[in-house]
Write a protein that binds this ligand. Structure first.
Ligand code: C5J
Length: 221
């Protein structure tokens, strides 16, 4: 099996059986005027994750390996948005309100799109989710089982919210998970650093971490 130079030790991954999963690289989180900014965050902090994620996408595409994109979105009638989620944060703009990129975090609105550099191509899987974790109320587990996927390489935003939640869900379901250190970002640098540490602590209690260069090198080899 090929391996990636990772922490806390090398990550062995089967081909086939390994997929790239890119969490919520949406305009609503990365661009001004969306959900991230409505919650009071400096959205420019997420931009450094775009180029490394694109490098991973290119490497997975070149190998013909499966790619899964997720989006955090709600139905236009907000029937899948718990009131507790809508009111949280007491922001000026809430989920479903009209903003500069359309209704905040609503499917089909410009803000819900994945940023153009990372836009899914035909044949790549797209999972829309209403929660933080991508296994909650989605067909993700069936999709992975059908494709024989046992190993997941994680990228996306934000590190300690939707990325970490999904990685923990996947870990509990028996998937081997690696988080790509420079292909994920948080509005809070300390939260990103802590998440990377807690994932790989205790012998990889949640999984592994590695830089995108190490993942791409392993795929090229
Ligand atoms: C957040 C996410 N941060 N995709 N969503 O609300 O991490």
């Amino acid at each position: 099996m090929p391996t990636i130079d990772a922490q806390p030790y090398e990550f062995a991954f089967p081909i086939p059986g390994t997929a790239l999963i890119i969490i919520d690289m949406q305009r609503d989180f990365l661009e001004p005027g969306g959900f991230g900014e409505a919650l009071g965050n400096d959205v420019s902090r997420l931009a450094p994750a775009v180029a490394p994620t694109r490098a991973l996408l290119d490497a997975f595409r070149a190998c013909g390996l499966p790619i899964i994109h997720t989006r955090e979105v709600h139905r236009p009638d907000l029937s899948d948005c718990p009131p507790s989620k809508r009111v949280r944060g007491r922001g000026a703009l809430r989920i479903g309100d009209p903003g500069p990129m359309g209704r905040i975090l609503v499917a089909g609105e410009p803000g819900s799109d994945i940023v153009p550099e990372l836009a899914p191509r035909p044949g790549e899987m797209l999972i829309d989710k209403s929660g933080k974790g991508a296994f909650h109320a989605t067909p993700l587990q069936e999709v992975l089982a059908r494709r024989g996927i046992t190993h997941l390489i994680f990228a996306g935003v934000t590190t300690e919210v939707c990325v970490q939640t999904t990685m923990r869900e996947a870990n509990d379901r028996g998937y081997e998970c690696l988080l790509v250190e420079d292909a994920t970002e948080s509005y809070f640098p300390a939260f990103k650093a802590a998440t990377l540490e807690m994932v790989r602590a205790q012998g990889g209690i949640v999984g592994w971490t590695a830089p995108s260069a190490a993942v791409c090198a392993a795929l090229r080899a």
